[in-house]
Design a protein around this ligand. Structure first.
Ligand SMILES: O=C(O)CCC(=O)C(=O)O
Length: 536
């Protein structure tokens, strides 16, 4: 496999993406992929309506176009994903083939659950990655993807009412009315304003015209958008997006690593301290702790933009391993009324590790769900081995707030990647992993979805892949997960079991499991048929 070089890895950690050109796949392969996607889009067009075309180009591509496996298994892609996510990374069951249109999308981060649903805070560590595959050349006229390099560690405030906004738009007011307005200059002006208002120095849009067969490997949280195609462009431009996640904590570098320190690359200066922390983490080390500057506590609470608040939180978090007052500053920000201060404090407390555990466990008991959500997420980011953390998170699985339960599930998955969790904790996860106890809670995308059961399925996958589910638990996970009405719960459970079966070194199982995994959503199940089948 072709592992990334130090320079490519530094580019990924700094800018949030790298462009890959898998030389092992011939031009004819990409032509075939283009033709196959065009067929599926034509089929979707004949069906018409406003369905998601799940049977055509949403979630089902591996069944409809099995040759996609050649792309996902080629040495360039396997090497790049292994570099960023480590051995044993997994494919999420959701994917989609996008096409360019006459409309402009606004810059956004994808929601961290399918169809822009929200589950948890965004981790700065490379736990997730996206692949954008372009079977045809992308020109400025055909509607290239545009990215905001270096934005993968930032976000806009997203709390709305008592929940979180769907996905993370850079400008929540940039809707279909503006993206589709006849006045193209107005669209461009609004897009430029959205970047300027973000306020982070050095953030500049970058469009990605690319050769046919190019692949962009992006940090999951990179801001991006689909740009409009020219009125004169009368062909098609496809982009297929796949999602991947890690299943192992890094113990050593998984790329062609020579340098101990993150090299300087042209890129976004504001991301450097986070990129350095990532570089160290990916090498199985801890980043050196710079002394926090005297204003860090104040900057965290009242800094003007996300990057300076997060930088302050990182310096306090690193110092907190020895310095009690740094924990106090982070704890104050955790209960602040300022959303961005609370969010940043979560990153700092996560970095503080064991030293933050008492503060975070205490915060899980506060009446404000906004604080409990950050605290739950941050407990996972501490990667602590202290049992008190997973015990407290297990209690949160019964929290009345869905987002607390999601963040707690996600954090348990992170801790379960670090060491096996105690039996009562796993019991609590499996207890909750049932539609009777944890009912469906979203109507986004396919019917019958639960953001909490999806988060639990992801967490249980992490435990399963790390030897944290003994046979009795595994049986319960497999039975409940494969019977779930939520297709992504089933898909994640299947992916967990596939990995385990392959680990058992029975090579003849591989083709069977690969085929089953590819075809998992191909036949309409009873629930989806009611909504999507009738139109075929
Ligand atoms: O089609 C594109 O270039 C980008 C679309 C995209 O990433 C999205 O809709 O989230």
């Amino acid at each position: 496999m072709n592992l990334l070089t130090d320079r490519q890895m530094a580019q990924f950690l700094t800018d949030g993406y790298v462009v890959l050109t898998p030389a092992e796949l011939p031009g004819t392969y990409h032509e075939q992929m283009f033709a196959a996607l065009a067929d599926l889009y034509d089929e979707g067009g004949r069906i018409g309506g406003d369905t998601l075309h799940l049977q055509q180009f949403g979630d089902n591509l591996l069944a409809r176009i099995p040759a996609f496996a050649q792309l996902l298994e080629c040495p360039t892609i396997v090497g790049a994903l292994t570099s960023v996510l480590g051995d044993g990374y997994a494919l999420h069951p959701h994917h989609y083939a996008h096409t360019s249109t006459p409309a402009d999308q606004g810059f956004h981060q994808d929601g961290n659950l399918p169809w822009n649903e929200r589950g948890h805070y965004r981790s700065h560590r490379p736990v997730w990655a996206m692949l954008f595959y372009y079977p045809q050349a992308v020109t400025p006229a055909s509607g290239p993807t545009e990215v905001l390099p270096g934005t993968q560690y930032w976000t806009r405030d997203f709390e709305r009412g008592d929940g979180w906004r769907a996905n993370d738009p850079l400008d929540p007011d940039f809707g279909a009315d503006i993206g589709g307005a006849d006045d193209l200059a107005l669209r461009d002006k609004r897009l430029a304003q959205s970047v300027a208002q973000f306020g982070i120095e050095g953030v500049r849009p970058h469009t990605l015209p690319l050769a046919a067969g190019s692949v962009v490997l992006a940090h999951y949280d990179l801001f991006h958008r689909g740009t409009r195609r020219d009125a004169a462009f009368n062909d098609r431009r496809y982009m297929v997006k796949f999602y991947f996640f890690r299943t192992r904590e890094p113990r050593q570098a998984s790329w062609q690593n020579v340098l101990a320190e993150l090299p300087e690359v042209d890129g976004h200066g504001a991301t450097r301290s986070i990129a350095q922390a990532n570089w160290a983490w990916l090498r199985g080390e801890q980043a050196a702790a710079p002394a926090p500057n005297a204003d860090a506590a104040q900057t965290l609470l009242a800094g003007p933009t996300e990057d300076v608040r997060v930088a302050a939180a990182y310096s306090l978090g690193a110092a907190a391993r020895q310095d009690e007052s740094a924990i106090e500053a982070l704890a104050t920000a955790l209960t602040s009324d300022v959303e961005g201060a609370r969010r940043a404090s979560g990153y700092g407390l996560g970095l503080a590790g064991d030293a933050a555990v008492p503060t975070l466990c205490g915060a899980l008991e506060t009446p404000d769900p906004r604080v409990r959500r950050v605290a739950a997420f941050a407990l996972g980011e501490t990667r602590t081995l202290l049992p008190a953390a997973s015990q407290a998170l297990a209690m949160c699985l019964a929290d009345p707030d869905d987002l607390v339960r999601c963040n707690a599930s996600y954090a348990l998955g992170t801790l379960g990647r670090c060491q096996p969790l105690a039996e009562p904790v796993v019991d609590a996860m499996l207890e909750r992993f049932s539609p009777q106890i944890e009912p469906d809670n979203t109507a986004k995308g396919p019917p019958h979805r639960s953001t909490v059961r999806e988060s639990l399925a992801w967490a249980l996958l992490q435990l399963a892949r790390n030897g944290g589910l003994p046979a009795r638990h595994l049986q319960r996970f497999a039975t409940a997960g494969m019977a779930d009405r939520d297709r992504y719960v089933r898909g994640l459970t299947a992916e967990a079991l596939r990995g385990l079966a392959l680990d058992a070194e029975r090579p003849w199982l591989q083709p069977l499991l690969d085929t089953l995994a590819q075809r998992q959503f191909h036949a309409l199940d009873a629930h989806d048929a009611a909504r999507f089948g009738a139109r075929r």
